[in-house]
Write a protein that binds this ligand. Structure first.
Ligand SMILES: [Zn+2]
Ligand SMILES: [Zn+2]
Length: 550
């Protein structure tokens, strides 16, 4: 019998578990690490002014010599968005499909970063000793998506990537189920499976169905201008829009930086087929009669700087929305974006246009497997151990329940969190000591230090304003005349100001205070003002004491 290897593989989570975003998983075996994906998260109301959130990669930094390569499942931001901030430091080969790497390369060239990008095909095997990596084409809302298997001397790990089973995909490339079955038959020790749509029953609808919905809208809106907002990276969706526009004799115009860029990249790669004659520059779109043009624009999530939002608020000089427009928003709101999307929709209605959005059936289909498809994937792969990923806790929890219902023993499934390191051995799963992990905030393209404190300051200022307390110290005792209070964003009145002055002056009655270091004097002043503001004004503004000598 072959001697069993002592080494065990470990899986570390730098992101993408307990959250949807910044996917980054590491697989470590002995002195070797491969990374799957390097994604970012988008900021929300809790992170005002932040441009992007990327994973903390301290662990990789400490183990840099072990890193053999980065494997990319697909080109969505939550899978590649962190790499422009990391590849300068970690100069290892990056493997992905042609379109994934083209999307990444466009980001890298903006930052003038060189990286070793290696294109892999569906079915290709790559040896990153001791790992053998194999790529499996999956259907998703961006072309060139992969699931990945990684074989280690201890067994095979399968990572589902983001996927759905689409038997009639627009690009004519369905998934080869027999390969997934064969992999499962050979034996998969551990599967990491995406959980995004575990709460949705049944199956996803094929992308083709969206085409039928569009066809109907185009035929019902003869003579009107049509504006479609959709995700830039969904090339199959773009292709369907282009084809239907062509069928109805309409030209196409792209509005918004990201959509124009993706259209260019995918045309170069032969993934998007548009006749030059059908294309019109957005600047010239107004010259085409309404019934002969279709504008394809960014902004399906109500993003404030997108083309659609700016059109809705009348800030997009080239195009004004009016009575003869039909606007199609081909997307579902990502949770958290509802408010901005609905305000865009409200504004478009106010401008007199018609709007078709997610309340209309099949105007958008998800790229993430529903429950029955997740069952199918687990049944094909038949893993011994299972880690639900790409979801918040409840998604992971429900995916675990689903796996149990399919016969995977509960003790062979683990719900992990960011920073967890898990080892698989003959005795089962074990959680090792956590690795450093968390959020790194990007503001203005810069990785900042101590950004958590800055975000807290921004939140305090935006909720409760700022109060500057200026104290002038002379040789005489400090009186109310020596104190000035300046407010920004604080609702107040003269009485409050007087009281604050009185209280701050009282601080200086203590003779010893003037002998203290400036920092300590400021702390005392802050404390008094803060206590007063909280008690009497029922607010907690940011307080900035300034002490000057007269
Ligand atoms: Zn995705
Ligand atoms: Zn994703």
């Amino acid at each position: 019998m072959a001697k069993r290897t002592k080494k065990k593989f470990k899986i570390g989570f730098l992101g993408g578990v307990g959250e949807i975003g910044k996917n980054m998983t590491l697989i470590e075996y002995g002195e070797n690490i491969v990374l799957i994906d390097g994604g970012m998260s988008f900021p929300d109301d809790d992170t005002p002014g932040i441009d992007a959130i990327i994973p903390d990669v301290t662990y990789l930094r400490e183990n840099k010599s072990k890193l053999r390569g980065i494997l990319l499942t697909h080109g969505h931001e939550d899978h590649i968005g962190a790499l422009p901030y990391l590849l300068d430091e970690f100069q290892v080969p990056v493997y992905g499909s042609e379109i994934t790497l083209a999307l990444l390369a466009a980001k890298l060239s903006e930052k003038k970063i060189d990286a070793k990008l290696i294109t892999v095909q569906d079915g290709e095997k790559v040896l990153l000793s001791p790992f053998t990596v194999e790529f499996f084409h999956v259907c998703h809302s961006v072309s060139g998506s992969f699931a990945i298997s990684i074989t280690t001397p201890q067994g095979t790990i399968f990572h589902s990537g983001d996927f759905k089973f689409d038997y009639t995909p627009v690009d004519g490339l369905p998934m080869d189920l027999s390969r997934f079955g064969a992999l499962g038959e050979k034996g998969v020790l551990l599967m990491l499976g995406e959980s995004t749509n575990i709460e949705r029953d049944g199956y996803t609808v094929s992308e083709q169905v969206v085409g039928d919905t569009f066809d109907k809208i185009f035929s019902d809106n003869d003579g009107r201008r049509i504006i479609v907002a959709t995700f830039a990276s969904n090339i199959s969706r773009l292709q369907q829009i282009v084809d239907i526009a062509k069928k109805y004799g309409r030209k196409i115009s792209f509005g918004g930086k990201s959509i124009a860029k993706v259209a260019d990249i995918s045309r170069d790669l032969g993934l998007l087929d548009i006749d030059n004659k059908q294309l019109v520059q957005i600047e010239k779109a107004n010259r085409v009669p309404d019934g002969k043009i279709c504008l394809v624009v960014t902004g399906s999530q109500g993003e404030p700087m997108s083309a659609l939002s700016r059109m809705a608020y009348g800030e997009y000089g080239k195009i004004q929305i009016g009575l003869n427009d039909t606007v199609i928003i081909s997307a579902s709101p990502i949770p958290g974006n509802e408010k901005s999307i609905y305000s865009v929709i409200n504004n478009i209605y106010m401008l007199g246009a018609k709007v078709c959005y997610h309340t209309l059936k099949d105007i958008h289909v998800s790229g993430h497997a529903h429950k029955e498809e997740l069952k199918l994937m687990l049944s094909l792969i038949k893993p011994k151990y299972f880690l639900p990923i790409h979801g918040e806790y409840r998604h992971q929890f429900k995916h675990k329940e689903l796996a149990v219902s399919l016969g995977i023993p509960e003790e062979n499934i683990m719900i992990t969190e960011v920073g967890w390191m898990v080892e698989v051995s003959e005795d089962g799963f074990s959680r090792l000591e956590d690795i450093p992990a968390g959020n790194v905030y990007i503001d203005g393209g810069v990785i900042g230090d101590n950004v958590e404190a800055i975000i807290q300051d921004r939140k305090t200022m935006s909720h409760d304003g700022v109060m500057i307390v200026l104290c002038q110290l002379g040789t005489a005792a400090v009186s109310e005349k020596d104190i000035d209070v300046i407010y920004r964003g604080v609702i107040t009145n003269d009485d409050f100001t007087q009281c604050i002055k009185k209280q701050v002056a009282a601080v200086f009655k203590d003779k010893k205070i003037r002998k203290l270091p400036r920092r300590d004097i400021k702390d005392r002043v802050s404390k008094v003002v803060k206590a007063y503001a909280r008690k009497s004004m029922k607010t907690t503004p940011m307080i900035i004491p300034i002490i000057v000598t007269k």
